[in-house]
Design a protein around this ligand. Structure first.
Ligand code: 5GP
Length: 190
């Protein structure tokens, strides 16, 4: 039997990782995307239980203390965590995809050495930064911080199992899918 895989997708803001993840899930009903808990407020169009489980800082820290998260980290003053029960349950029936930041990804790798870490990178860092500067909807975030966060995330790419450039969406999606398939074959032979 093929082993089920924990796949972590990270990448800087605006790189299009959400779109890639959706495409990966779409093609395979046994694959699920983990829905994280966050203390940040919902953005327009985000739905409870679909985009995130929105929660308070108090509830988040209670869950964290009770060991309810596989990993969690702080991002621009808000907390984000992967619900342990959901992931452990879904892993019994298929692959689970986590779209999380670099700090969370490294916690996952430490706890689950078989997890596959994929970083999505932009074809041009300058173009990505210009796009972030042009996004006016994230009021309250310091743009300098956002840009240095891009550099930090990209600086961690060597800690990932693979890097995929998101230039053409279809090419990037196929590349991620083939990295997943290769890893599953490798695990089967171990
Ligand atoms: P956003 O607020 O833009 O939705 O997400 C901010 C960052 O938090 C993104 O890099 C996203 O991938 C990351 N993130 C989302 N959920 C989780 C999680 O459960 N754990 C960690 N460590 N990062 C997360």
């Amino acid at each position: 039997m093929m082993a089920n895989l924990l796949v972590v997708i990270s990448g800087p803001a605006g790189v299009g990782k959400g779109t890639i993840v959706k495409e990966i899930i779409r093609g395979d009903s046994s694959r699920s995307l983990s829905v994280s808990c966050t203390t940040r407020s919902p953005r327009e169009g985000e739905e409870e239980g679909v985009s995130y489980f929105f929660t308070t800082k108090e509830k988040f820290s209670e869950t964290a203390e009770a060991g309810g998260f596989l990993e969690y980290s702080e991002h621009f003053g808000n907390f984000y965590g992967t619900p342990r029960a959901f992931v452990e349950e879904r892993l019994k029936t298929g692959d689970v995809i986590l779209e999380i930041d670099v700090n969370g990804a490294l916690q996952i790798k430490a706890a689950y050495p078989d997890a596959l870490l994929i970083m999505i990178v932009p074809p041009s860092i300058d173009v990505l930064k210009e796009r972030i500067l042009g996004r006016k909807n994230d009021a309250g975030f310091n743009l300098e911080d956002r840009l240095s966060r891009v550099d930090f995330e990209l600086s961690q790419r060597d800690k990932y199992d693979a890097t995929v450039i998101n230039d053409d969406l279809t090419v990037a999606v196929n590349e991620v899918l083939s990295i997943i398939e290769d890893k599953k074959k490798e695990m089967e032979h171990d």
